[in-house]
Design a protein. Structure first.
Lengths: 756, 756
C-alpha cells in the first residue's frame, strides 16, 4: 500500500486513513474519527480489547430513550466489539506490555476498519494481532469482525473471548434493561429493552476459529454473554478468529431475537460477507464520489467527509434523520437540527436522492410533534422543534446546568426563539421537489410540511400598525450570539420566501391533486382567508435592507451595537462568547456564524432577492470580519468558502474551506470526541460542488462555472437532476460541458416542471 | 419457629419478619423492607438470581459521586449478590417455572436474610433452594452468602455461578469505571473507581462447594468476574455453596484490592463468620432493644425500626452520617438532612452514644462546606446545607425537572430558605453534650459547630427599626407548604435558643478550655461585639406569641390565610399540595408537618419557652387539625404521637404512632421503594421512650412518667445518661423506679455538669 501524503495529524492513501502511533490523549477524538457504519447504525472506532476510559458506542437510527434535562437521546446499544485476547495469561491491552507496531487503518472505499499490532506481553511473549471489522453495507443487520493471531517468538496458550456487552453507557447511563439471553447451536444471543421507550433489541453472535483445533465455551454472566476458546498456539502459525454479530430492534421486526438468531444461522462466511459489503460500497461511491487531482490532502479529506455522510444516511427507513453528530458521538444526544436539511441534505439530494427523500419524510412523520409544539406556544400549524428526535416534539434542553454547587444555571432559549428552522425545512422540501421532480412525494408529504409550517408563520407574525408592516419579534436568528432580537433579516426573509412557496404549492396541488388539496384544507384548516393573510405578510413584512448600498441589517439595532475588532483577538482558542460572556456578545457586533451571508447563500441558487453580486460584496465586507469563523459555529466555514469563491477571493476561500474539511481529521475545534461534524461534512460537499465547481442550476440542468483552487488540476463528480445523471469532469483551464450519463435505476422520478 | 401474629402485610415472630408469598408488584418496596447492613454498608433485599426490573443496591457510607441536577449521590456499589443456579439447563428465576414454596425471612436479631424455595423448573425438575446472607456486624468488610441445593425429584447437572456485577446502577447510571480485575488462589477480584470523586473500590470473592466433588472455573467477562461450578446432583442430596465477599474502598485504605484479597485469604469458614456476627449483634441489642409485651405487632415493628437505625449508624467512621433514606434506597440520593440530628440521633444518643458522636462529628468535618455556603449567600459563619453529602456543601437540587417536553420546571427553594437546620444541628450538639457530658468532644467539635452557626444568625437577622425588633424574613419553616414566609416562629425561636446556648458554650469554653476559646475566637473572628450582638438578638427577636392564650402564629399572616377543612378531604391518597397545587397551599392554612408543634416538642424536654401544658393544648387544638399528617411529611406522625400522649389522648396517640411504626412494613405512604424512612424510625423510638415511656430528664437522671397504650402490659428498655446505664421495666399499673445497672464498657464519658 502506497501512502499519498500526510497532513499534520494523519497519513492517507487515495482511500485509506492511517494512524501509525497510538496516542492515549487522542483516545476519544480518534474513536470518532475511526467510526464505521452502514446507514442503519454507526459504531465508534474503540478497541476490541477495551482501554481505560474508552467510550465504545453503537448508535442505531431511531433508538431513542428518555434522559433527564435533555429529554431523550440516542441510546448507546449493547457493544458488539468485545474481543479479548489472553496470551499465556496476560490480557492483551495497550496500556500494558510493549507496543512494537501499531497501524490503524480506515478504508473509506469499503468501510473497513483494521489494526495491525505487534505486542510484547508483560511476560515477554511477542505476538502479531490483526483486527478487522465492518458493518455490512449490503445487509444492515450484519456486523463482522476478524482477528489473525500469530505468535512471533513463543508457543503457548491463547484464550480468545468474544462477547456482547449488555452494559453500554451514555455518559455512565445504561438505557437497557435485561430481558433474556441464551445459547444457540450457533452461539449466543442477548435480548434487552430500553427503559422508557421500550425498544427491544435482539443480538446474536457466533465465533469461528480457523487454523487450529479448538472448541467454544459459552459463559453467561448476566448481560454479558461470551464465547471463549482456548488453544495451544505455535510460533509463526496464524490462527484466525471470526466473529459475526446480527442485530435487530423492535423498530424493524416484532421478534428481534429470533430475527437475529435466524439470520445468524443462515449467514455465509466472513469472506463472502466482506465481498457483498464491497459491492454495496461500489454502488454508493459510483454515485457519490468526488475525484480531485492535484491536491491529495483535499482529495482524501473530501472523500472522508462524504464517507461520514454515506454511513449516516438512512437507506431503508424514512422515519429517522441524521443527528447533528451523525451516528458517531454523544454530542447533542442524537438530536436532529436544521443542520440536516440545510447542510447535509444537498449531498444526498444530488447523489443519493432516495436517502434525501427519507430524510425529508422524517419531518412529515414528525408533524404531529411540531403541531404539539405550536399549540403549546399558542400558535397555529406546525412549529418544528429546534432539536428533534423520535416524535418531533421539542427536545432542546431548557437549561445548561451548572455542576458547581453554587453556580447559576443557564437558560437555553433556542427551543423558544430559534424559529427560522420553520422556513428552513420547507426550503429543503421545495428544493427536493425542484431537483427531483418527485410530485408523488410532494403531494403526499412535502405539501403538508410546507403548508402547515406556513400556517405557523401566519400566527407568529405581528402587525405593527404604526409601521404598517409585519414584524417577527423576540427571536434568535442563525447567529446565536444574539439571543433576543426583533426582525432578524434571515428569519423574516425566509418566512416570506416560505409563504411565497406555500402559495405556489397550494395552487399546484389544487390544480394537479385537487382531492389531496381538499383533504389538506380540511385537515390544516387552510382557508382562503389564511392564504390572503399570507399574501399580505409577503407584501408587508419588515426587511431591513438599504436598496442603495444593498446592505442588510442583521436585526433591528445591530448597527448600533458596540463594535469589536476580532483581529485584536488573534491567536485565541475559544469562542468570542466564551471570551466576552453571553451578556457581552449580546451587546456587540460580533456574530457566531454567517446570518445575512447565510441568507444570501440560500437565495443564491435561484438568484432570489436579496441576492445579487453587489449585495454579496457589500454584506461580505461588513459581516465577514465580524464573524467568529474559527471558534463560533462549525456551520460557518463552508458557507464562507463558497461566498469567498464567488467573490473571487480564491486564497481566502481555500483557507476557510480547509478549516471545514479538516474539522474532524485534525480535530481543529477540539470537540471531535463528541462526534463527527455532520453539517460541516455536508458543507464541504456544497463548497466543492457549488463553490469551486461553480454549479448553477439552469432550466436545462446543472452548469459548472468552475474556479478551482490553486493546485487542483481536476475535479470530477456526478449530479442527479430531474431523473438524470450529469457527469462533470472539470480540468483547469478547460471548460467542460455537462452530459447526461445514465438514468437512475428503477427511478420513480419524472422530469416535471412544477406548476407556477 | 412459631409465628407471633400477622399484620395486614406481613407475618412475624418476636424477631423475624416473614413473607410467604412473592408479589411482583411489591418487588421494589420489599427490596427496601428486606435490607440488611452493618453500619458500613447497606444492601437491599434483591434476589441472588435477579428478577426483571429488580433494583439491587449496595450503598457504602461516604461513597458519593457526581450526578447532574442533584450534584452528588451515594453510588450504588458493585453488586455482591449474584448467585445464579442453573438446573439441567434451566436458569432458576421466579418469573419462570413454578414456585411451590416461598418463604423470605429477615432475622432482626442477627441481621440475617434467608429465602426457602421449592421450585419446579420449566423442564419439570423440582428443587429446594435455601439462600442466606449477612453483612457481618463483627467485621464490616465481610459479606457472606450460603445456598443449600436439594433436588427433590431428579438427578441432573446443576451449575452455580457466583459473581460480582461491576455494572451497578443508580437509576440506570453506573458510577464506576473499570480499573482491573483478576483471579487469585482463592477466587476473583474486581477493582473499580467512581468516575468523578475517584473513590476506588476493591472486592474479592471466593466460593466453596460442600457435599459433592466439583471444581471451580473462573470466567472473566470484563467488569463481571464470575466463579462457576458444575456438578452432578443427586435426588434428595443437599449440596451447599458458600460465597464470601470482602470489600474495601480508598476511604478505608490506600490499597483496597490487596486489603480485600488479603482479608479473603485469611477468613474462617461461613459458620465461624456467622457466629462472630451473632455475637456482635448480641452486644448491640443488649443496649438498644425495646421489649414490649401485650402488643406483639408493635413489639415486632418497634424492633424492626430500631434494626433500621442500627444497620445505618456508622460505628467506625466519624466523617459520614445517615442519609434520610438510610443506606436502603435511592430516595434523596443519599443526602443528609436535619432528619438525622432531630429524629434519628436521640436513639443513638441514649443507646449507642459512640455512634451519636460520629454522626455529630460529621457536621464538624463538613464545616468548611457550610462556610462556603454562607459566603456564597453573603452571610458570615457556617450555614449548614439543607441537603448535605461528602463535603457539607449545599446539594439540594435547584430544580424539579419536568420530563414532559413542554412542562415547566419547578424551582426548589429549600437550599436558599429552609435555614432552621442551622439551629437544629446546634440543638443536637448541645443535647449530646448534656446527655453524655462529653467535654472533650464539645471543646474540640461541638463548640465550633455551635459558635460558627451562631455567627450565621448574627448576619442573617434583620433589625426592623420601626418595630425595634429583629426579624428573619424570607424563609421556609419546618412546614414546607409555605415557601416564602417571614418570622416563622420555629425558626426565630430556635435561632434565639441557639444563640443563648452559644453564649453559654463560649463562656464555658473560656472558663474550662481558654486556649481553645482563643483559637476559635481567632479562627471564627468571634469578637465581644459579636457576642453582645447575639445578646441583643436574643432580647429583641420577633416571636408571634399571644401570652394570654399561649397561641403562636406559625409565621406573619398565617392566621389571615384561607382556612381549609381537612376533614372535607377524607379518603384522599395524595398530599394536600398535590391536590391543591403548590400555589394554593401557599395561600391556605394547611400545613405539611408539625411546625409550631415541633417547636413545642423540641422545647419540651427542658420545659423551655414557649413550652407549657397550656401552650401545648392551645396550639394542638389549632394546628393538629390543619396538619396533613397522613400524606404530608413522614416526619409528622411520631411527633403528633408524643404530644397527643402528653395531652392524654391515648387512642389518638396510638393511632398516629402506628402510622409511623408501619410506614415501611406496610408501605403506607407508597414510597418505601425509595428506601427506609429513617427519620420515622427515629421518631418511633422517641415516641416509645418519651411519649409512652414518658421519660423526662432530671438532674438525677431520666425518670419515667409513663402512660402505656391500651394493651401494652410491659415496656422495657435501657438509657445511657451521663456515663451510666438506666434500666426501665415499666408495667401497667405499677410505678417502676429507675436504677442504674451497669457502666458502659471502656467509657470515655464522665458525668459533668456543664458550666452555666
Amino acid at each position: 500500500m502506497q501512502t499519498k501524503g500526510h497532513s499534520r495529524n494523519f497519513i492517507y492513501t487515495d482511500w485509506i486513513l492511517i494512524e501509525t502511533q497510538f496516542d492515549p490523549d487522542q483516545l476519544h477524538s480518534k474513536e470518532t474519527v475511526f467510526t464505521i457504519g452502514n446507514g442503519y447504525l454507526g459504531t465508534k472506532g474503540s478497541f476490541e480489547e477495551g482501554y481505560p476510559h474508552a467510550l465504545p458506542a453503537t448508535f442505531i437510527h431511531g433508538v431513542y430513550d428518555d434522559v433527564p434535562v435533555v429529554y431523550t437521546e440516542l441510546a448507546n446499544c449493547p457493544d458488539w466489539l468485545p474481543l479479548v485476547v489472553i496470551v499465556n495469561g496476560d490480557r492483551f491491552r495497550l496500556d500494558q506490555g510493549e507496543i512494537l507496531r501499531y497501524d490503524r487503518q480506515l478504508d473509506l472505499r469499503y468501510g473497513l476498519l483494521s489494526r495491525y499490532l505487534r505486542w510484547r506481553s508483560p511476560s515477554g511473549n511477542t505476538i502479531d494481532i490483526h483486527f478487522e471489522r465492518f458493518a455490512s453495507f449490503a445487509d444492515q443487520h450484519v456486523l463482522a469482525q476478524r482477528c489473525h493471531l500469530t505468535p512471533v517468538d513463543f508457543d503457548g496458550l491463547i484464550e480468545v473471548q468474544g462477547g456482547i456487552n449488555g452494559y453500554p453507557e451514555n455518559q455512565g447511563f445504561n438505557h437497557w434493561e435485561g430481558l433474556d439471553q441464551g445459547k444457540t447451536d450457533q452461539g449466543i444471543w442477548l435480548q434487552r429493552r430500553t427503559r422508557h421507550s421500550r425498544i427491544e433489541i435482539g443480538m446474536g453472535a457466533t465465533m469461528k476459529i480457523l487454523g487450529t483445533e479448538a472448541s467454544l465455551q459459552v459463559s453467561t454472566a448476566p448481560g454479558y454473554p461470551t464465547l471463549t476458546t482456548t488453544y495451544l498456539a505455535k510460533s509463526k502459525q496464524t490462527v484466525t478468529v471470526e466473529k459475526i454479530v446480527t442485530l435487530f430492534t423492535s423498530r424493524d421486526t416484532e421478534t428481534p431475537v429470533s430475527a437475529a438468531t435466524e439470520k445468524l444461522a443462515h449467514l455465509p462466511d466472513y469472506a463472502t460477507l466482506l465481498k457483498a459489503n464491497e459491492q454495496a460500497w461500489d454502488e454508493a461511491w459510483q454515485q457519490s464520489d468526488i475525484l480531485i487531482e492535484g491536491d491529495s490532502t483535499a482529495a482524501f479529506a473530501v472523500r472522508y467527509n462524504l464517507f461520514q455522510l454515506l454511513i449516516a444516511g438512512s437507506r431503508h427507513d424514512d422515519k429517522v434523520s441524521i443527528p447533528a453528530k451523525t451516528l458517531s458521538g454523544f454530542g447533542y444526544r442524537g438530536h436532529i437540527f436544521w443542520d440536516t436539511e440545510i447542510f447535509m441534505l444537498p449531498f444526498f439530494l444530488f447523489t443519493q436522492p432516495a436517502i434525501a427523500r427519507n430524510l425529508l419524510s422524517y419531518r412529515w412523520h414528525t408533524l404531529p410533534g411540531a403541531r404539539r409544539k405550536a399549540a403549546h406556544y399558542g400558535y397555529k400549524g406546525a412549529m418544528f422543534a429546534w432539536e428533534s428526535a423520535d416524535t418531533g416534539d421539542e427536545v432542546t434542553p431548557r437549561w445548561g446546568l451548572n455542576s458547581d454547587f453554587y453556580g447559576e444555571d443557564v437558560r437555553i432559549w433556542c427551543r423558544d426563539r430559534e424559529i427560522h428552522i420553520n422556513a428552513d425545512i420547507p426550503y429543503a422540501a421545495w428544493n427536493y421537489w425542484q431537483t427531483t421532480g418527485d410530485d408523488e412525494w410532494m403531494q403526499q408529504c412535502g405539501a403538508e410540511i410546507i403548508l402547515d409550517a406556513a400556517i405557523f408563520w401566519g400566527s407568529r407574525v405581528e402587525f405593527n400598525s404604526e409601521r404598517q408592516q409585519y414584524e417577527i419579534r423576540g427571536v434568535i436568528g442563525v447567529d446565536e450570539y444574539h439571543e433576543f432580537v426583533h426582525n432578524n433579516a434571515f428569519t423574516n426573509r425566509m418566512a416570506q420566501w416560505h409563504l411565497q412557496r406555500a402559495i405556489a404549492v397550494y395552487d399546484w396541488l389544487a390544480h394537479k391533486f385537487p382531492e389531496r388539496a381538499t383533504e389538506l384544507e380540511q385537515k390544516l384548516k387552510l382557508t382562503p382567508q389564511e392564504r390572503s393573510h399570507w399574501q399580505d405578510i409577503i407584501a408587508k413584512i419588515l426587511f431591513l435592507h438599504d436598496p442603495l448600498t444593498e446592505q442588510i441589517e442583521q436585526f433591528e439595532g445591530f448597527f448600533q451595537l458596540e463594535d469589536i475588532n476580532l483581529a485584536d483577538y488573534q491567536g485565541r482558542d475559544h469562542s468570542m462568547q466564551a471570551i466576552l460572556s453571553i451578556e457581552k456578545t449580546n451587546k456587540c457586533q460580533v456574530i457566531k456564524q454567517p446570518d445575512i451571508l447565510m441568507l444570501l447563500y440560500l437565495m443564491r441558487e435561484s438568484a432570489d432577492f436579496p441576492y445579487n453580486q453587489k449585495a454579496l460584496q457589500a454584506n461580505w465586507d461588513y459581516y465577514a470580519p465580524r464573524t467568529d469563523i474559527t471558534y463560533g459555529s462549525s456551520l460557518g466555514p463552508a458557507v464562507h468558502a463558497i461566498l469567498a469563491s464567488d467573490l473571487g477571493k480564491s486564497a481566502e476561500a481555500y483557507e476557510v474551506f480547509m478549516q471545514a474539511l479538516m474539522v474532524d481529521l485534525e480535530d481543529n475545534r477540539g470537540n471531535t470526541s463528541d462526534g463527527i461534524h455532520g453539517a460541516t461534512a455536508g458543507g464541504v460537499w456544497q463548497a466543492v460542488i457549488f463553490g469551486f465547481g461553480g454549479i448553477q442550476l439552469t432550466e436545462n440542468g446543472p452548469v459548472a462555472n468552475f474556479h478551482l483552487p490553486d493546485g487542483w488540476t481536476r475535479l470530477k463528480f456526478k449530479l442527479h437532476w430531474r431523473g438524470k445523471w450529469h457527469d462533470f469532469d472539470l480540468r483547469k483551464g478547460q471548460v467542460t460541458s455537462l452530459r447526461s450519463e445514465f438514468k437512475i435505476q428503477n427511478s420513480k422520478f419524472k422530469i416535471n416542471d412544477p406548476y407556477k
